[in-house]
Write a protein that binds this ligand. Structure first.
Ligand code: FES
Length: 147
């Protein structure tokens, strides 16, 4: 399967049934991502247990690429350490911004998102969730309240 097929299949699958698509009421960290090109917003929630991402979720509205990328991001960082999650952000940033020609093997299914580089105007759609993840990791707030 080439990258274009993988890209299509993974985006379709994760857009049709997004994983971890919900509000996390017991989140310890959260942040909003905003794509100024289209106005779409999403919120990433993290429940940190010490140094570990014990749970992660997202909600919001966006295009198929942003939803699929968010879904893939939550799958990838759940159970990881903060350091690993930050390293994943850096790998994805390199992949999406084009400074990596070949996706590292360690990215697995996430490598499919590299297919978005064929459509430069959509790169921000794919990177939205990852920037929100980084902002959420940096979030120092008290545990989110249930409103
Ligand atoms: Fe808005 Fe893709 S068009 S995030």
């Amino acid at each position: 399967m080439d990258l274009a097929d993988l890209y299509r299949d993974v985006i379709l699958d994760h857009n049709r049934s997004p994983r971890n698509f919900q509000r996390l009421d017991n989140a310890t960290h959260r942040a909003q991502g905003f794509n100024p090109l289209c106005g779409d917003k999403l919120t990433v929630y993290l429940k940190m247990d010490g140094d570990t991402v014990a749970d992660v979720a997202f909600e919001g509205s966006g295009c198929a690429i942003s939803v699929a990328s968010s879904s893939l991001m939550t799958e990838a960082v759940k159970g990881k350490s903060e350091k690993q999650a930050r390293a994943l952000f850096a790998n994805m940033h390199d992949l999406l911004s084009g400074s990596e020609d070949q996706a590292p093997q360690s990215l697995g299914k996430l490598a499919a998102l590299g297919g978005v580089r064929q459509y430069p105007s959509r790169v921000k759609c794919a990177s939205l969730a990852w920037h929100a993840l980084l902002a959420a990791l940096d979030d120092q707030q008290e545990p989110a309240r249930t409103e």
